[in-house]
Ligand binder design. Structure first.
Ligand code: R5P
Length: 295
């Protein structure tokens, strides 16, 4: 393939620039305007030549606006004859990948239809909530992992005392195992339950001691901060000295950061799939490397 062009969506210009530099690819010009009623107007200012384009637009909050901007751009690019490779590093609606309660809508299926309808030919994201969710998309899709980059950042920036990595739930066991393997440290998974109606999270006490140890909680998303808050409380009760929270997608809704800090979290580290004050880890290499494998 090769000879890529990168199209920066309004939500992800910095990340798109980094990816284009790593791929030595041209960067498209985009115009963007937000109307007073909340509608987006996105304009393609560069000419589409017969090239594959990488459209980079993370759909963090406001999720519907950012998602729709990606759809608008993809539609225009494919109308102009481009082969659209969509990179949506934070993909919303991915947690509802099945009908947990009667009447719920499997939003991943709706996403799949939308992506196809606007001409997306290939899809790339980062640490999708569950890889099974990708099977809903009938285009080639890939979820890059931020885990090696998070592990490298922790290793280079913290002096840790007898560290142990922790997942706030069993669903994240493979992730925390991969993280701990890179650092050559122990790991554990806490037992979390979430009320399917209220969303309220409970985390069970640990059955082992982490006395005097630094704990790194590894998760894919920090949204309200409730999961990390409850996990941190249990780790501290079991003797953890310092608690560091590392995640791929720092959504950080409302007072999430304050909530976690009050619970005793010493440091929160995220990636730039979402631009936040805690986004210390640059994910562009993992995305660019994937495109290099495509030729
Ligand atoms: C859920 O299983 C995810 O892996 C995250 O733990 C969850 O989305 C975090 O949400 P919150 O920060 O609202 O607890």
């Amino acid at each position: 393939m090769g000879d890529w062009c990168v199209v920066p969506g309004p939500a992800s210009r910095d990340l798109a620039v980094k990816i284009s530099e790593r791929l030595d690819a041209d960067l498209f010009d985009i115009g963007y305007k937000l109307f007073p009623d909340g509608e987006s107007k996105v304009t393609l200012l560069s000419e589409v030549r017969n090239q594959p384009v990488i459209l980079v637009q993370s759909a963090y909050p406001p999720v519907d606006r950012h998602l729709f901007q990606a759809l608008l751009l993809s539609h225009k690019l494919s109308e102009e004859g481009a082969e659209v490779h969509a990179v949506i590093p934070y993909l919303p609606y991915a947690r509802q990948d099945r009908e947990f309660l009667n009447g719920e809508i499997v939003s991943m299926r709706v996403i799949a239809r939308l992506f196809r309808s606007v001409g997306m030919r290939r899809f790339t994201t980062v640490d999708i909530h569950s890889v099974e969710g990708l099977s809903n998309l009938s285009i080639p899709s890939y979820s890059a992992s931020a885990v090696p980059l998070l592990a490298e950042y922790i290793q280079n920036n913290f002096k840790l005392a007898d560290p142990i990595a922790a997942s706030p739930d069993f669903g994240g066991s493979a992730r925390v195992e991969a993280f701990s393997r890179i650092l050559g440290i122990d790991h554990l998974s806490l037992e979390k339950s979430r009320d399917k109606v209220t969303g309220e999270v409970q985390v069970k006490p640990l059955d082992s001691s982490v006395s005097g140890r630094d704990a790194i909680i590894v998760d894919d998303i920090i949204s309200t901060g409730g999961s990390i808050q409850k996990a941190c409380i249990q780790l501290k009760k079991s003797g953890a000295k310092r608690v560091i929270s590392a995640c791929t997608h720092p959504v950080l809704v409302g007072d999430a950061l304050e909530k976690m800090r009050k619970a005793g979290v010493d440091e929160v580290i995220g990636t730039n799939t979402i631009p936040q004050s805690v986004s210390k880890v640059d994910i562009s290499s993992a995305i660019a490397e994937h495109f290099k494998t495509l030729g």
